[in-house]
Each structure stands twice: as C-alpha cells, then as structure tokens.
Design a protein around this ligand. Sequence first.
Ligand code: ZN
Ligand code: ZN
Length: 375
Amino acid sequence: MVSLKAAVVREKSGPFRIERVALEGPRDDEVLVEVVATGICHTDLVVRDQYYPVPLPAVLGHEGAGIVRKVGSRVTKVSPGDHVVMTFASCGECHNCQKGLNGYCNDLYGLNFSGRRNDGSTPYCDEQGHSISGCFFNQSSFGELAIASPHNLVKVPQDVPLEILGPLGCGIQTGAGAVINALKPGAGSSIAVFGSGSVGLAAVMAARLVGCTTIIAVDMNQVRLDLALELGATHAINAKEQEPVEAIKALTAGEGVQYSLECTALPKVLRQAVESLRQTGVCGLIGAAALGTEVLLDMNSILFGRTLRGIIEGDSVPDIFIPQLIELWRQGSFPFDRLISFYPFEAINQAVEDSEQGKVLKAVVRLKDCGGGMQ
Ligand SMILES: [Zn+2]
Ligand SMILES: [Zn+2]
C-alpha cells in the first residue's frame, strides 16, 4: 500500500475533498503512474452529480498525464520512467474493439464507470479503512498516483511538456476525432460546430486542419466565439442574437452545412444541429446528457437523406491518434494548449467552479509540485 493525496467526492454534487488515501497495487497486469497533471472534463462533473451512478465516495478524474513508476510482472508495453497519457478503457477483444472502434466497446460502461476492477475490488481506501471507488476510466487521475493498465496508457515523447497532454486522453481527442476520424469532411466542405467549449474548439481546429472552407462556430459566449475565429472558424454565430439555423442557411446559400456537431448536450441544440444540415448531411452527437433525456425532431428532417450519429471519444484508437495530435501540436497546426488554464491541486474546486461558469475552457490541475509523490 502507498499513501497519497487524492480528491474524493463523498456525496452527490458535493465538493472534491483532498484527503489522504491508501492505494493498493499495481497488480500483475497494472501500472502505477505518478500523475503530473490532469484535465477536468464535463464527464467528471456529471458523475459527481450522479448522471451516471458511479458509487460514491469516489476518486474521479480521467484526463491524467504522468510518469510510469512501477509495472506489474505481466506488463511489457511501458516501463518505469516512460511518459504516458491515460485515456479511456476498452477490452480490446470484443467485436468493436477488434475493428478499432474502442469507444464502442461492449464493456465500455463496466470498464470506465463501475468504480471497480473486473473482480469487484477497488484500489483505494480511506484512513479508516473504508473502500473508495477508483478505476474511473481505469485511472482516477484526481490523485498523486493512479493505477492504470497497458490498454489505456499511451506512451508519449519525453520532450513534450507532460502537463499539457492529459486532455488529449478525453476532451481534445473527442472534439478533434469527431471531425478527423468520424465525420471525415473533405477539403472544401462545410461544418457547423454547436458549442465552443474545449471539445467544440478542438473540433474547429480539426476542421481547419482537414481543409473545411466553411467552419461555423455557434455559442452564446462572445469571448469563446472570438477565440473560435482565431483558431480557424470562418464564421461565428451568437445564438443569443441570431437564430442559428436561419443564420447557417443564410451563410450557405440556403442549403445548410454538410456536417454539424452537437457539443452542448442540450436537446434544443441537437435539433438545431440536425436542421442546419443540407440534404444528405451528417450530424454528430457528442454532448453527454443525463440518462433518459429525450429530443424532439421533425421526422422529415432526417427523411431527406440526413444522418444523425453518436460519437464516443472521437472514434479514436488512442495509441495511434494521440501521438498524431501531439505531432500536429508540435508543428503548430493544432494549438490545443491555448485552451488550457492551470490550477494547483489544492484549488481543484476553484478549477471546477471556473469550468462550470465558463470562465475557463479546459482547467488542468497540476499534482507534481504539491509535495506528494512516491512514499
Ligand atoms: Zn471491447
Ligand atoms: Zn471526458
């Protein structure tokens, strides 16, 4: 057992409390990672609010980046000292995993949201010996140390600052991959991105990269829209001032866009994203709403050849896609670090509050310089 500081959520919608906890592992097939920094993602907050019932108390966090400190006896993929990004877990063996569609793994929920290992155990307990859910996205990165497995670890180059890389494991690959891997718009095509948070802005940057020539950002926050224009959007629509579907039609000679992306999890916005498509256009749904959320659509908006599809983790095969995104960042064409604001671990609740109020796009909490580490 090692002792470390971790942020524990004890009750629904409650605060992240920094507590000293004990961690067991790594087991034969596991890896112990010293977390250098971790992003805060929307999914951490909806799980804190129990949209998905991960048993509380729990250590959340799923955009961790760090350094491998110990590997189990059966692990060959990484070695102590390697720099890694932790991403979502998938079984690697089911039909979809074998086809490279790991985000649609048959066991995605169990591996990422059960709060337990496959055998029902959790690596964490508190100082009184009570167990705490861990294994969130097979990492629980809101702590100084995390247990992960080779299948959700992506080795990254040592000359890239680790502290910016965690969000590649979820939010950034989700937005960029939705464009590059899932929708695959061709050069010269048109796309509308609804929601200019970190996921939507990653999608805007990716749309620019693949050569979309009409890139329309839609949001109600003008500061974010201005940033979208800097990062590659050709047009910005403030939904407080303009009806987005009409505005998109006006920008596309009345036809609508070939592609749209819904990054807000709001049913009304999903409807707008579908209705802003031209005939045969494709809308990707990324926003994660509470289980049971329904959406109203005119059936005829789909009938004329339009497609609506869900996209998980940007259809990413993380071992391939994350190094590609790092190389694009290195070449200056995917400046995702511009979305990041850093916080010390002690300020995690401030980071959460600023994220929820839209004051920051991607909060990243640094753990390495807070006096913790291996004991
Ligand atoms: Zn699978
Ligand atoms: Zn996430």
